[in-house]
Design a protein around this ligand. Structure first.
Ligand SMILES: O=C1C[C@@](O)(C(=O)O)C[C@@H](O)[C@@H]1O
Length: 487
């Protein structure tokens, strides 16, 4: 911890040709990168490597990794034998001789050209570390290790860190495969332990928070992708700079996020992060791709993980994880129906998941009669029972037209095709908010029906969440403005 004056933002560049690499460096500069990582393994000729390095327009890390070759188990055998004896038995490396040869050429050249950072893959070229250390002038040496998917305990990663540090590296880098988001927790732990600056990267979609939250734990650098491209586990540079503003993240930053699966569609980060800044609140809101919510809440239980929005498919499981549940979120059908525009109406609900459930109880509490269509009929039936309503098979929906003035609410995860009888509804609501104007809503408007978009639900939920997150008021005008501009 404490190695960083200013967080470095690095653009990872993996191009096949020198022209592409040079072009990518330009884009990286435009997008505000402080430096670039030039992954040289795909550039075939050493003369091209030289050319790219000479033309660099930003400080660079030169890396060459024949990664993914050592499983954690092998590595730990080695660590177990001696922390200081980091020379690998060459048989353990399944990389071809020419890769190794090329790697050595690239690293030597980088040192000769005095490139700012030279990264040595520990498994591939630990025997080069001393040579490079001696020959370098100003280059900083990064010693990196790639850890295959496995159980990354704090102890194992801690030992690996000690091992990498003991090489005399200026900076160490740990790249880990993760199967679940909870596997990132030991990576954060390692960040807080290190005696030298550390770069971490948890690979894959579930590893994204290693970049977004790394700065909270003292990461000295984060990596991002170029041109808004999505590379699993790497946030786009533009979002690092403009949405998350990771420069501002520090040890006191409170973590919030949307727990969902999938989660990539969520616009929550676009809304909550600017709202935190608007209020001067030190918080960050990130997408959290969670497979098991109970496990997620167990692992990230410290008070710095301060609040979550819950999306599909975790809504109901989340309630079961809570110590206290707001009466409204419980099965609260004790509420007196008050006079509401939907009182007495037929409320046709499609989808009986978490959001559908909330709407069914909401409608019932406002005095509506609820009819539920759900793909899984049994699930629809049990929700219908809970709200004293009726469940019908999903294929009856199109022909369903017992009366006029009904209300249609789509809460099905996969969206809904418009049906024949849209005219018999007075109001159509679609919980889907991307796109803002779904086909269902468009066609409802065409036949003159009033519509409510999922965006309105999204905003109102976000306002409620933000109040709880910050223990204060949500800046409603500002948040509505953000939604209008961004969505
Ligand atoms: O289900 C959703 C959608 C959401 O998860 C999102 O960010 O997309 C936000 C949640 O508040 C909401 O309940």
């Amino acid at each position: 911890m404490g190695f960083r004056e200013k967080l470095l933002v690095c653009a990872t560049i993996e191009s096949e040709t020198k022209e592409e690499m040079v072009k990518s460096m330009e884009i990286a500069k435009e997008e505000g990168a402080d430096l670039v990582e030039l992954c040289m393994e795909s550039i075939s000729h050493i003369s091209d490597v030289e050319l790219v390095l000479k033309q660099r327009t930003l400080p660079a890390i030169v890396s060459f990794s024949k990664t993914k070759i050592v499983v954690l188990h092998d590595f730990m055998l080695m660590v177990g034998s001696s922390v200081h004896n980091f020379r690998l038995n060459s048989q353990k490396i399944s990389c071809k001789g020419d890769s190794k040869h090329k790697c050595l050429q690239v690293l030597r050249l980088a040192v000769e050209l005095d490139v700012e950072f030279v990264e040595i893959d520990f498994e591939l070229a630990s025997d080069m570390i001393n040579e490079v250390m001696q020959k370098r002038e100003n280059s900083k040496i990064i010693v990196s290790s790639y850890v295959k998917c496995g159980i990354h305990s704090k102890e194992k990663l801690g030992n690996l860190l000690i091992c990498l540090q003991s090489t005399g590296a200026d900076i160490v880098k740990l790249v880990t495969e993760v199967a679940y988001i909870t596997d990132v927790a030991p990576v954060f732990h390692v960040l807080t332990l290190s005696q030298v600056p550390v770069i971490v990267r948890a690979v894959g979609d579930r590893g994204l928070i290693s970049q977004l939250l790394g700065p909270k734990y003292g990461a000295f650098m984060v990596s991002g992708s170029l041109g808004g491209k999505s590379i699993p586990g790497l946030p786009p540079l533009l979002s690092i700079k403009n949405i998350y503003k990771l420069d501002n993240v520090d040890v006191d930053t409170k973590v919030f996020g949307v727990v969902s699966n999938p989660v990539g569609h969520s616009k929550g980060p676009l809304l909550h992060n600017p709202a935190f800044r608007f209020c001067g609140y030190n918080g960050i809101y990130v997408p959290l791709l969670v497979d098991n919510i109970k496990e997620f809440l167990r692992v990230f239980s410290c008070s710095d993980f301060a609040g979550f929005s819950i999306g599909l498919p975790h809504k109901e499981a989340a309630v079961a994880c809570c110590d206290e549940v707001d009466p409204l979120a419980k099965i609260s059908n004790g509420e007196e129906p008050n006079v509401s525009p939907i009182a007495g109406r037929l409320f046709v609900l499609v989808g009986a998941g978490g959001a559908g459930r909330a709407l069914a109880f909401g409608a019932k509490s406002k005095g509506a009669r609820v009819v539920i269509f759900n793909r899984n009929f049994g699930r629809g039936e049990s929700l219908a029972q809970a709200v004293s309503g009726e469940a019908l098979p999903i294929d009856h929906l199109d022909a369903f037209c017992p009366e006029n003035g009904m209300i249609l609410a789509n809460c099905s995860a996969i969206g809904m095709e418009p049906d024949e009888n849209l005219r018999s509804y007075d109001l159509v609501f679609d919980a889907v908010y991307t796109p803002r104007n779904t086909r269902l809503l468009q066609e409802a408007v065409e036949v003159g029906v009033t519509v409510v978009s999922g965006v309105e639900m999204f905003i109102r939920q976000a306002l409620g969440q933000f109040k709880l997150f910050t223990n204060g008021l949500a800046p409603e005008d500002f948040m509505r403005k953000v939604v209008l501009e961004q969505f």
